[in-house]
Design a protein around this ligand. Structure first.
Ligand code: FES
Length: 144
């Protein structure tokens, strides 16, 4: 067996193991995260560092109280990328009021669940989204 074949087999094994643990939706976002990156001149921005030490950021573009764009960045684990991506997908098209109701459980439900040790990544994502929403509200109240 060549080195490349060995690496290929190892990668296949890791993916097979992950599929046993994670839902198809988690695997899909893990392979192809949606909405990664920042937004120029965002209407809302939140940054939260979780107890695990990982930091997440969410940027929002809002029009007439509706989130028309949402993006994220994180220096955290693979699951934090999946969760951050999921909250941006969930937030888009929702009013600020509706998006503020996105919590850890709704992220977990939308993802089809996560192993116990990864569940806090969903909490960090929900908290970061709420932080970004909290930043938009005062601006809207001032009419800017
Ligand atoms: S381990 Fe820190 S967010 Fe996942």
């Amino acid at each position: 067996m060549t080195g490349d074949e060995w690496v290929g087999e190892l990668q296949d094994k890791v993916i097979r193991d992950m599929k046993r643990i994670y839902s198809p939706k988690v695997m899909k976002l893990w392979k192809n995260p949606q909405n990664a990156g920042s937004l120029d001149y965002p209407d809302g921005y939140g940054q939260v560092t979780g107890p695990c030490g990982d930091t997440m950021q969410v940027w929002l573009r809002v029009q007439a109280d509706v989130i028309i764009d949402a993006t994220f960045w994180t220096d955290g684990c693979g699951t934090s990328v999946v969760c951050a991506s999921m909250v941006t997908v969930m937030a888009k098209g929702k009013t600020l009021e509706e998006a503020a109701r996105i919590d850890q459980q709704s992220v977990l439900d939308e993802l089809g669940g996560l192993p116990e040790e990864d569940r806090h990544c969903a909490l960090l994502a929900a908290n970061t989204l709420r932080e970004a929403i909290g930043c938009v509200r005062p601006k809207l109240a001032k009419g800017s």
